[in-house]
Design a protein around this ligand. Structure first.
Ligand code: 3NM
Length: 222
């Protein structure tokens, strides 16, 4: 049940923080999130990272506003790499990378009911994520990305296929450089969905871009 719910939520997974918007502004970020929710995203991760990222009380207040929007649309609200924040506002889950707080410790801290996602780049990391009870893994970067400056080497859709074959029960989302022009191979390789930042956050019309993603993903999955 949970596995199926997670797989469904991974379909079109939008990731964003205020540094991913043109003005770095809270209202612009909320407007884009609302547009993406209207367009049909299936999960949202607040990833407030980088030089101009919100911190402290400002971050808590902003995260709550994002959470309210996600609740209106019945979409899971995940916090990137900040267990304290996720616990403080009772987010639906936490996502961590390999350089963040250790996933096993995060699982213990958040308990069994919140979702835990882990960014992975090879089979060994997926094995470990599975062992500590991750609900899904992110695999990337699928293509070159300018959004994450410290992204590791491009893995391509081939790694999704390898992981999907070796770990058939593990829900997978592909991330990194994914656009409307190139998202198909990740799904065909076995990913349950795609995660994007710039293809929605920097789109001329975020709602329309989301809608196009949503319809195209549905067409491939059905
Ligand atoms: N994680 P865009 S790539 C947040 O490879 C993130 O784990 C990655 O941004 C990974 O959709 C990435 O704009 C950036 O390429 C994704």
């Amino acid at each position: 049940m949970r596995n199926a719910e997670v797989r469904k939520a991974l379909s079109l997974y939008f990731v964003m923080g205020t540094p991913n918007t043109a003005t770095n502004g809270e209202q612009e970020t909320l407007d884009i999130l609302e547009a993406a929710l209207r367009g049909g995203i299936t999960c949202f991760q607040l990833r407030e990272k980088g030089e101009n990222a919100l911190k402290g009380e400002a971050l808590v207040g902003f995260a709550k506003k994002c959470q309210v929007l996600c609740r209106q649309f019945h979409i899971p609200f995940i916090i990137n790499d900040d267990v304290d924040l996720a616990l403080a506002i009772n987010a639906d889950g936490v996502h961590v990378g390999q350089d963040d707080e250790q996933a096993g410790i995060v699982r213990t801290r958040i308990g069994p009911s919140k979702w835990l996602g882990v960014s992975t780049h090879n089979a060994e990391e997926v094995q470990l994520a599975q062992a500590i009870g991750a609900d899904y893994v992110g695999i990337g970067p699928i293509y070159p990305t300018a959004t994450k400056l410290d992204a590791s080497a491009v893995v391509g859709p081939a790694l999704i296929k390898e992981i999907h074959t070796a770990f058939p029960d593990m829900p997978i989302v592909g991330i990194g450089g994914i656009s409307l022009a190139n998202f198909g191979p990740a799904l065909h390789a076995g990913a349950d969905g795609i995660a994007v930042i710039s293809s929605i956050a920097s789109a001329e019309n975020p709602s329309a871009a989301t809608q196009t993603f949503s319809e195209s993903i549905r067409a491939i999955k059905n």
